[in-house]
Design a protein around this ligand. Sequence first.
Ligand SMILES: Cc1ncc(COP(=O)(O)O)c(C=O)c1O
Length: 354
Amino acid sequence: MDIQITRNPNPATPPKSNFGFGQTFTPHMFVMDYVDGAWKDPRIVPYGPFSIDPAAKVLHYGQEIFEGMKAYKKAEDGSVHMFRPDKNIRRFNISCDRMRMPRVDADLFLEALEKLIATDRDWVPESPNALYIRPTMISTQPTLGVKASTTYTFFVIIGPVGSYFAGGINPLKLRVEEKYVRSAPGGTGYAKTGGNYAAALLPIDLAQEAGYDNIVWLDARTMKYVEEMGAMNIMFVYEDKIITAPAGDTILDGVTRDSVGQLLKDMDLNWVEEHPSIAEIIEDAHSGKLKEVFACGTAAVVTPVGIMHYQGHDHQIADGGEGPLTLKLRELLCAIHAGESGLHPEWIHVVPEA
Ligand SMILES: Cc1ncc(COP(=O)(O)O)c(C=O)c1O
């Protein structure tokens, strides 16, 4: 299918600094419709609002999925590349299956990303800033009734975002969530669907009102094992192993999580996917057996955790600062993102010129 391009007649000029996150979008977006059992009319059009029927299923039943990924500019030659887009495309289609939505052909998906980024290439900021990419699918059939929609819109919007570390490295202060749960076995935890995030808003706000940066989710069945965070996976560093929750059906299988796991294996370190017991973590934080804790995700790459609040007390991890492995992983990944590393060239997908 050919992607038609309609240029924005009045494109804004890209901002030079203070990008923040999710505040600014480029002059174009990619859109495609699912009608009569097939994706139709893939197109790049001027960025702008959609018109949507008030009965559209997404507005009532939340049949929606999205992805979050980044493209970076290589300082050396100004070329632009995406980081592991194949992983996000694959995860998007896994989300489609769970949410009863039609898959998007991986080649067409990648071409849409390439063409959209190429169209707004001058909006890709210098590293460590990046271009954030938000592919999304919504159900549009204008009828009530809890049933999968027969029509959908797939769209991609992109915009420059600042580096998470612009203000320096601030170890996270996390509250282990002991009342609310994010996902349950058999649920939608492994899908990137809006409802998972909507359900997290109350507990995250409550934690932030109490002075914490974010929450740590426990497993819904026993509330004994750490799963992940609001929008990041989490890993625990011991002398002889680094542990993180296995990618089953209750956590989002992060692209950063997988990349960190690979980098740890490259270093001959023992990366173990097993259920971290919250009681043991707290005990090991006090005995000193737990050396470091870090969060990882597209937004914050690899970020140290300084404090974990559990059962009424703040528990400090090591000296509360950034540990050496966290620092090393962050530096390795940031260098790969910036296109300045020879490690894992297969993770870099160069965006062809328009
Ligand atoms: C719930 C959740 N867990 C983990 C992650 C980290 O995933 P990734 O590394 O693919 O950004 C995210 C971010 O998308 C998330 O929303």
